[in-house]
Design a protein around this ligand. Structure first.
Ligand code: KGT
Length: 272
């Protein structure tokens, strides 16, 4: 089956982000993709709580979500809406960073709220405090489709291998990692971490990414990646917006795991 990864530069203009996402879905579908994926915070990327407050809605009222569901249905493709920032009923008024799997009928098949928050000071000039804007999730999700089981994760989750191991051990064949990686950590860690998750689990790893200058203050690494269960990088989306098409063979999941069955070799141990 063919997948399409949409790489884009979402910023603070929701309608422009929507146009880019829909154009990406259409381009991927024309290119033969049956499963199309968009990056983290497809709908709005902003460091300002005030701007987010004005632009983000509750899931039930989210027109961005409705528009993408309609587009999935019109094209008859599966869509992983990598994430949307949506309002929640959190007492502190925080948003959720929520991934949606949408069926070719336009229905929401699964939702996943990002579990691990990027509260990191990279250097003197660059620090992030995601948990002050977003309420972390607390549920791992394996979604069932008619082509594969999908373990849903988001961006910084990538650094917590136990989550991926459990998703794979619960049946995931494809792991999704929609992201908005920082340029500095992206250059140092992105490909290595994605390849490690694929090799450890024997899963396909699909990682659609934000790229370029998203806002005055934020830029992102790009390099949407598809990694095979044996660990090869099958495609790299580079640094510009665009669509990356790749054919997956899900038999390769079984094959990689048959060659090195480490996923079934966990042992209990004491300590440290
Ligand atoms: O801010 C938003 O609206 C959406 N959230 C993000 O973009 C998040 C938190 S700032 N980005 C990451 O998790 C990057 C992780 C990363 O770069 C790493 O692990 O090195």
């Amino acid at each position: 089956m063919r997948v399409g990864l949409v790489q884009m530069t979402s910023g603070e203009e929701v309608s422009a982000n929507l146009d880019a996402a829909i154009a990406g879905l259409r381009e991927a579908s024309v290119g033969g993709a049956q499963f199309v994926l968009t990056p983290e915070v497809t709908n709005v990327l902003s460091s300002s709580r005030k701007v987010q407050e004005a632009l983000i809605s509750h899931e039930e009222e989210c027109e961005f979500l409705l528009a993408l569901r309609a587009e999935a249905k019109a094209l008859g493709v599966w869509v992983l809406l990598g994430s949307l920032a949506v309002k929640t009923h959190d007492p502190d008024g925080r948003f959720a960073n929520r991934s949606f799997l949408i069926s070719p009928l336009g229905d929401i098949t699964a939702r996943y709220d990002k579990i691990h928050m990027f509260d990191v000071r990279i250097d003197d000039r660059e620090s992030y405090r995601e948990s002050s804007h977003y309420r972390p999730g607390d549920r791992a999700v394996v979604a069932e489709t008619d082509f594969a089981s999908i373990g849903m994760t988001i961006c910084y989750d990538l650094r917590f291998p136990r989550l991926y191991r459990e998703l794979a051990q619960k049946g995931a064949q494809i792991l999704t990692v929609p992201s908005a990686f920082s340029p500095v950590t992206g250059a140092a860690h992105w490909e290595t971490l994605l390849r490690a998750r694929a090799i450890e689990t024997g899963c396909y790893v699909l990682a659609p990414a934000q790229c370029g200058q998203n806002t005055e203050k934020r830029s992102t690494y790009g390099h949407s990646l598809v990694v095979a269960p044996w660990g090869e990088v099958l495609a790299d989306g580079g640094t510009e917006p665009g669509v990356t098409l790749v054919d997956l063979d899900l038999d390769d999941v079984e094959q990689a795991r048959a060659r090195v069955p480490s996923l079934t070799h966990d042992r209990k141990f004491e300590g440290p």
